[in-house]
Structure formats: structure tokens, C-alpha cells
Write a protein that binds this ligand. Sequence first.
Ligand SMILES: Nc1ncnc2c1ncn2[C@@H]1O[C@H](COP(=O)(O)OP(=O)(O)OP(=O)(O)O)[C@@H](O)[C@H]1O
Ligand SMILES: [Mg+2]
Length: 351
Amino acid sequence: MNILGIETSCDETSAAVVSGGRVLSNVVSSQHCHSGFGGVVPELASREHERMIVSIVDATVTEANIRKKDIDIIAATAGPGLIGAVMVGLCFAQGLAYALDIPFVPVNHIEAHIFSPFIVEGPDSRGPEGRFISMTVSGGHTLLAAVHPDMTYEVIGRTIDDAAGEAFDKTGKMLGLPYPAGPEIDRLAKQGNPFFHEFPRALTSHSQTSRNYRGNTDFSFSGLKTSVLTYVQKQTPEFIERHLADIAASIQHAIVSVLVEKTIAAAKNLGIRSVSVAGGVSANSALRKAMQEACMREGLALHIPGTRYSTDNAAMIATLANLKLSKGMKAERRYDIAPFASLESGSNRKG
Ligand SMILES: Nc1ncnc2c1ncn2[C@@H]1O[C@H](COP(=O)(O)OP(=O)(O)OP(=O)(O)O)[C@@H](O)[C@H]1O
Ligand SMILES: [Mg+2]
């Protein structure tokens, strides 16, 4: 069964073909028109998706070595995301499914990140077995969830303010780095000292409010943002430039250590032996390394999708549709699905 996946929820236009559960093609076009604005401009994002969608779908079908008439089902992100951006991919996908007279499957973008460790690229790819703790860290979400084999899940922690990706992007902006700053901080931090400056780690055993910690499973990054702003304002531009790598490494260390501590604590508290990390921030090399070391120390299995499946991609959309269909979900010839803005709509969340 050939599933065409389409993803346009933010600033990546992507299309993929998954056949028999395996990725045949995954084409991603990232928008660069936002770099001067310090964040994604919704109207520009929608227009750029509209400009790219036809050629990206054509490219992925060609790369998969199939024809459009060989597509059996189309799946697309229906939310959450920028509503105009979601609408471009969702309307295109439903229009194409109608024209080809094949079923359409709407997909929740965050669930697609959660289940991205199940993306199959080759014979050795294998997702988590049994229950697992998912740490989904992206531009808009920071979500700790306990995932069950029947694909339902309970959210056990989430950010009470900024997402981890936002923390990377906004603190990076304060250092004068272009948007998105996450990959740039990752690159700079490789040459820096993570202990150069201690930035706050909220709601952890290391935080100043640790007396109230008591195993808090939520996250907070707004204090880190304020702390970086105050720190940068106190220094001279020359100092910042000289120590840019050290400051980047210190910010990264503050974010990564919180993510690792809370993921491991959740797995231990719930007696779950498998952990996964997904979403754009899971491309971060320090997070991958620290999570690997911590899981090894605690005897936990770790699943992180390849970096090309960390940030937004359509392979995860088609893969989730395939997983749901394999668990008995019926795909319908229904082409009137409206976009939604929150995680809860159309999700498998049960707690
Ligand atoms: N190597 C990296 N290190 C740190 N952060 C990174 C890295 N690569 C990407 N990111 C961050 O990942 C985020 C983008 O991830 P993703 O594409 O999953 O988010 P999104 O789709 O915009 O948000 P959401 O999935 O919540 O709707 C950005 O904040 C970016 O800075
Ligand atoms: Mg995303």
C-alpha cells in the first residue's frame, strides 16, 4: 500500500511516500524567507507552501519511483500548526485524494512527532517495543508522554510557558544569531565550555526553588530566557563576541540537562524501560549524547529517529497514518476535514 504524506504545518513544505510501512521518499523544502524577521511570519509561510506544494509532491512521487495513480491513500497534517499553513497542505491533499478517488487520513502533527521513532528506512529500523516515555521537543511543544502499545498516550508533563525549541531560538536571537538559532547554538556549543556560566534550570532538582521540586514533570524555560537577556545586557558586545561559543554551550547545557533529568525520572517513576526523543530539538547533538549516556547508565533502551526526521517532515505523517491503519483504523473517502489548532483535537490522547 502506497501512502502519500503531506506536511505544511509551519515553515517546511514536505511530501513523502511510505510503502508497506517503509519510506520510499521524503522531500523537504525549508523556507528561508523568515530569517530576517526572527521568527516565522504566518502569511509568508502560507504563500511559500502554496508556491512549493505541487513541485514537492511531484518530486517525492518521482523519487519513490511510482506514478500518482499508484497512490492508495493520502495523509496530511490537519493541525496543530499555523492555521493558514496547515490549510494549504490539507486542502491540497484532500483535493488530490478526491481527484484520484482514494481515501484521505488527517494526521495530528504532534502525534506524528511522538511516533516518528517508528519510521522505517531499512531492514534494521525498529521502533520502541511495549510502553515508552516520549520526550517530544519542538519549536512549539515540549511534551513528556507515556505511550502505550495500542497507540494511546497520557501527557505527564508539558511546558508551562516556552517550548524548548523556542528557548533555543529566542536566547539565540539575544546573542545575535539568525532564526532558527537552535542548529547554530548546537554548532557553536561544540567549541564552547558548558560550565562557563550557570543559567537557571527551572522545576528541577537543581533549581533555586528545588525545595518545591518534588518530582515536578512540567517544564519552564521563560526564566532561562530572562536570565540570558539580563546576562547579555550586562556584558560588552566584545565580551559576548569573544565568549559566544561558551555562552551558547552554557545555554544548551541548561536546556539539555532539564530535558534529560525529567525524561529519565519519568521512566524510573513509571517503571518504563524504553525512552524516545523526537521533534526538531532532538536533532541537537548534545541532547542525543546526554540522553544516550543517561539511558545507558540507567539500563533504558533509547530510540531517536535520524536527524532528517527530527524537524518537520512528511515521512512521519505517512508513517503515523500507516501505523493507525495497521491497528484497524478505517480510511474514508471524506474530503471535508477542517484544520485544527490544538494538540487535543483529533488526537489519541487519553490522559
Ligand atoms: N540541532 C538543533 N539543536 C537545537 N534545536 C534545534 C536543532 N535543530 C532544530 N532545532 C529546533 O527545532 C525547532 C523546529 O522543530 P520542529 O520543526 O519540529 O518544530 P515546529 O514544527 O516548528 O513546532 P511544532 O512541531 O511544535 O509544531 C526550532 O526551534 C529549531 O531551533
Ligand atoms: Mg514540528
